[in-house]
Design a binder for this molecule. Structure first.
Ligand SMILES: [Zn+2]
Length: 123
């Protein structure tokens, strides 16, 4: 029984957020394609959206978000596009009256703190 639970426990940042939302006890949908930017988690009735961003791909200002030194220009162009998409999606979501919370991958390391942040956002 204990073994099965260990095996089932997934550790991606998205799974961490999903399990916290379940603990909080709030309903949500995942990968909502009908909303701008297909947010990772959303509850339209309660008017919130949660985006989970990988620190590398979305160039977070933490250690994981550092620019690769090789092929710098190619990466820069790719990261700029990602960032632009993030900004556009966020403003479109806000325009629909949805509150947007961005959870960074590195924040999922501190589960307790993230739980507080999510609770404040979704309740
Ligand atoms: Zn980060």
């Amino acid at each position: 029984m204990a073994m099965a639970r260990v095996r089932q426990k997934r550790t991606t940042p998205e799974e961490c957020v999903a399990s916290l939302l379940r603990e909080i006890g709030v309903a949500y949908r995942r990968n909502v394609r009908s909303l701008p930017g297909s947010p990772d988690f959303a509850n339209r009735r309660r008017k919130w959206v949660v985006q989970v961003h990988g620190c590398f791909w979305h160039q977070h200002t933490c250690a994981r978000g550092s620019m690769p030194s090789h092929n710098g220009e190619l990466w820069r162009a790719k990261f700029e596009r990602n960032k632009e998409r993030d900004v556009q999606a966020e403003s479109a979501l806000s325009g629909l009256g949805l509150r947007v919370l961005t959870v960074w991958e590195c924040e999922t390391k501190d589960r307790g703190r993230l739980a507080e942040k999510l609770t404040a956002h979704v309740l």
